[in-house]
Design a protein around this ligand. Structure first.
Ligand SMILES: [Zn+2]
Length: 389
């Protein structure tokens, strides 16, 4: 182990004996009292020295025997210590891929902030390389979600959609303008590859042969760690069709909804089948609360204005895609983000994000609402608003 004080956390001395690691309240830690000798010893924890060498340096600084080990334990318990060399074979393989690791350095640094154990951030980053995610929908939101996941180090990102790229599908980071007229799924997969960290930095287009598109795309959904459902159609965002996730619920695949309807962006719910509320739960709950819901839904479905272009603010779509990708990454990294069993929504022009719980419904076949088996998920909200959402 080569201990290093997590460089991502900015250091500041609150007084002569108290040091604060990190600026933001979510992750800042205050350590004290720290005497002057120990304070200067901290500067040696930069990842260039192993523990035996650190003990030697401490002796030279007249620090008592055992001081180094006790200090390292204390820093470790406080979640402030990283390991510049450890992490296991997957981490070592990633470190050897210099170019890939350089691309992901800020993401690695972020993971060191949100994890406690030394090298855990690196382990999670390396684990993303073996994750498989499918994104269903390749419009302004879906194509960008897919690209962001790829850029964040997710090893395999598959995209599914039908039709061809329309001019209004184009968005920064998602479908490029050159793709207009091409197949949506193929164009989005190419966008995904173009931002993947292991893509060579300066590709020579003239030398590369014709792009080979994978026609099958997905295969068995069981292989995916997560599926992101990002419909281009506003109604499918506002009132997700349970049928479109039936295969995922049946196979137990976690899935996350994201999209824009009219001028409202939605991220969530992240559905853990059988554990948290699903699209069918949402539909049943809405029907319980508002008996006219099915009537409205039937009209919205039949009244779909053919080929009319849907409202989708590109700024809101980009925010939705980024937030959805971040929630998805948190889940892939082993956490339960706040979209688990909840929908985060923001409406222009106020754009204040707020969460609405998606309660497991006792009559839903997904089983999340059955006799207390449902996962308790707190989203920090008061009682559910009974007005039409
Ligand atoms: Zn359900």
């Amino acid at each position: 182990m080569h201990p290093i004080l997590k460089p991502a956390l900015r250091r500041g001395w609150r007084d002569l004996n108290t040091v604060q690691f990190g600026m933001t309240p979510a992750h800042a830690v205050v350590l004290g009292p720290v005497d002057t000798a120990t304070g200067s010893f901290l500067t040696l924890l930069d990842g260039t020295r192993g523990v035996p060498l650190l003990r030697e340096e401490a002796r030279r600084m007249d620090l008592p025997d055992g001081h180094v080990d006790a200090l390292l334990d204390r820093l470790c318990d406080a979640g402030l210590l990283d390991d510049a060399t450890g992490g296991g074979p997957a981490v070592e393989a990633l470190r050897r891929q210099r170019g890939v690791h350089d691309r992901l350095r800020p993401d690695h640094a972020a993971l060191t902030v949100t994890t406690a154990d030394p090298a855990e951030g690196a382990r999670r980053l390396a684990a993303r390389r073996s994750s498989r995610v499918q994104v269903r929908g390749a419009g302004r939101v879906g194509a960008l979600v897919a690209s962001v996941l790829s850029a964040a180090g997710v090893g395999q990102v598959d995209v599914r959609d039908g039709g061809r790229v329309e001019p209004w599908d184009v968005a920064p980071g998602g479908q490029p303008v050159e793709a207009v007229g091409e197949r949506r799924d193929a164009a989005a997969r190419r966008a995904v590859r173009s931002v993947a960290p292991d893509r060579p930095p300066a590709p020579d287009r003239r030398r590369s042969g014709p792009a080979v598109e994978r026609e099958d795309g997905a295969g068995e959904p069981r292989v995916f760690s997560l599926v992101v459902i990002a419909p281009r159609d506003g109604l499918s965002v506002h009132s997700p069709d349970p049928a479109s996730a039936e295969d995922l619920v049946a196979a137990g695949i976690p899935h996350l909804y994201a999209g824009v309807a009219e001028a409202t962006g939605t991220v969530g719910p992240l559905v853990l089948p059988g554990g948290t509320g699903c699209a069918q739960c949402l539909l049943l709950d809405r029907t319980d609360r508002d008996p006219t819901w099915p009537r409205l839904l039937a009209q919205w479905r039949s009244g779909r204005a053919g080929r009319q272009v849907q409202a989708c603010d590109v700024g809101l779509a980009t925010a939705v895609a980024g937030l959805a990708a971040a929630h998805g990454l948190a889940f892939l990294d082993g956490e339960l983000p706040s979209s688990t069993g909840a929908r985060w929504e923001a409406s222009a022009p106020g754009l204040d994000w707020h969460a609405r719980p998606v309660w497991p419904h006792p009559e839903c076949p997904c089983g999340a609402g059955e006799g207390g088996n449902g996962q308790e998920v707190s989203v920090g909200e008061g009682p559910h608003d009974t007005m039409a959402e």
